[in-house]
Design a protein. Structure first.
Length: 289
């Protein structure tokens, strides 16, 4: 009966846990203005039942206090409990801090690379001291790329990170590293198997003393790994600029309301959400929001 229909609404984060904070719900009926509904300041930590809806098509807008807002078109059927479940990405601006693994909890390969590294922002720190000195943005970026490179496996059964020897720069959106020479060959050889493809490298400036040696990206729809190579003139030393491309992943994976995406560059916290939701890769840290 119109005006008495119900909607059971479940709102989850990328871990399939209930949202923290409150949400505002706006129901806009397609044909009947008097059927519009607003449900303000409700808790989303567990499923909620919304009552007093009419049958028909609604545009539902969900505005959480700590996550990106979304908009959906839903159909409310007569005489039944309608059900909808949506997943939300954390709004980076609402993140207070991250809970990252302690150094002792890192895998041995990452600890070894950190021990070998001389990063320009912390030139005298190595190993645990370097990891501890990284701020949340840099640490998140490092763990994002590490998890994606570990999951990128060549036909020789080695993963992309296994070729990394040491880091020289760590930023939230990328890191620069010395790598084994063979990495570039493995990447190029993986193109026929559709693991990587050629990519433009116009925005990737070589480090001092190096020249461009091509750029390649994995063929994921969202959250693809891009490796841009640089070489010394004697071809005995190679470096990479490793980053993960957002490629509108937040907008399309979570169907975020478009004007809430700033487009001011890739935020590592967005990459974290894309990796978990779209690729089922866990970078190993969580948000405090």
């Amino acid at each position: 009966m119109n005006g008495e229909e119900k909607l059971r609404l479940s709102l989850k984060d990328v871990y399939r846990e209930g949202l923290k904070g409150k949400v505002n719900l706006y129901f806009e009926h397609a044909t009947l203005r008097s059927a519009n509904r607003v449900a303000p300041e409700i808790s989303a930590s567990s499923p909620r039942t919304i009552t007093n809806l009419h049958s028909g098509v609604y545009k539902l807008s969900v505005y959480p206090t700590r996550y990106y807002p979304i908009k959906r078109v839903i159909m409310i059927q007569t005489g039944q409990l309608n059900r909808e479940m949506y997943t939300f990405a954390v709004d980076p601006e609402k993140v207070i801090r991250i809970e990252a693994p302690q150094y002792a909890e890192l895998k041995d390969d990452l600890k070894q690379v950190l021990e070998n590294s001389q990063v320009e922002s912390h030139p005298h720190a190595k190993g645990e001291d370097l990891y501890t000195a990284l701020d949340d943005i840099r640490k998140a970026g490092l763990l994002n790329i590490y998890s994606k490179m570990k999951a990128t496996v060549f036909q020789n059964e080695r993963n992309a990170f296994s070729y990394v020897r040491s880091l020289t720069r760590v930023r939230g959106d990328r890191f620069f590293a010395h790598v084994e020479i063979d990495l570039r060959d493995e990447v190029k050889n993986s193109i026929p198997s559709t693991l990587f493809k050629d990519a433009p490298n116009l925005d990737h400036t070589p480090p001092l003393g190096y020249s461009n040696a091509g750029s390649f990206k994995t063929q994921d729809k969202y959250g693809n790994l891009q490796l841009t190579f640089f070489f010394k003139s004697d071809f005995r030393k190679f470096m990479i600029d490793a980053d993960i491309d957002d490629a509108s992943g937040i907008l399309h994976t979570f169907q975020v309301i478009e004007h809430y995406i700033t487009g001011e560059g890739t935020h590592p916290y967005d990459i974290h959400e894309i990796l978990l939701q779209h690729q089922k890769l866990d970078p190993g840290y969580r948000f405090v929001v």
